[in-house]
Design a protein around this ligand. Sequence first.
Ligand SMILES: Cc1cc2nc3c(=O)[nH]c(=O)nc-3n(C[C@H](O)[C@H](O)[C@H](O)COP(=O)(O)O)c2cc1C
Length: 173
Amino acid sequence: MSKILIAFFSRSDENYFGYEKRYVTVGNTEIAAEKAKALTGADTFQISMKKPYSKEYDACMKESREDKLNNARPELVSMPESIDAYDTLILAYPNYWKTMPMAVFTFLEAFDFTGKTILPLCTNEGDDLGRSEEDIKRTCPGATVAKGISLCGTGIENSDPFIERWLKENGVI
Ligand SMILES: Cc1cc2nc3c(=O)[nH]c(=O)nc-3n(C[C@H](O)[C@H](O)[C@H](O)COP(=O)(O)O)c2cc1C
C-alpha cells in the first residue's frame, strides 16, 4: 500500500476573501490539507517559516515579493527527519506570485524525491497553479509530478468533492 505524506504551507491572519480583507485563524490551504487527510489518513507536515510573513496582508505581499525576487530560501521551523517511508507526497500550498511560496522550495530542496510521486494542490484566487507544476518538476527532477488541482481559496469549505475526485483519479484513494 502506498504511504502518503501531506506537506502543506498555509498562512492564517489577514487575507482577501472576494473583495474584502479579513483575519482568519486557519488558512485556506490548511483547510484543504485537513480535508485530504480525512480522505487518505495520511501523515501531515506543516511547512512553517522561522520568520513568518506579517499578519497584515499588504506587508505580507511586500515581504513575499522580496523573497520571490531574491529567489530566497527562507529557513523553516523544522523538517521531517526523513521522507524515505513515503512514496507519495501531496504538496499543498497557496499560489504566491504565480508559483509556490519560497519556503516550499526550501522544503523540496531538502530531500531527494527520485522515484516518488508528487501531487500538487494549489489554493489561489484566480491564477490556478501558475507556474508551480513546472517549478516542482524542475526542483524534483527524479519525481513523477501528477496533474495538480487548483482550488479557489475563498470557496475552500466546499472543495471536498473536488479533492476526493482528484485523489481517486490519481489512485490515492
Ligand atoms: C503573498 C500572497 C501572494 C498571492 N499571490 C497570488 C497570485 O499570484 N495568484 C493568485 O491567484 N492568488 C494569489 N494569492 C492568493 C492566495 O493564493 C489565496 O488566498 C490562498 O488560498 C491563500 O492560502 P492560505 O490561506 O493557505 O495561505 C496570494 C496571496 C498572498 C497572501
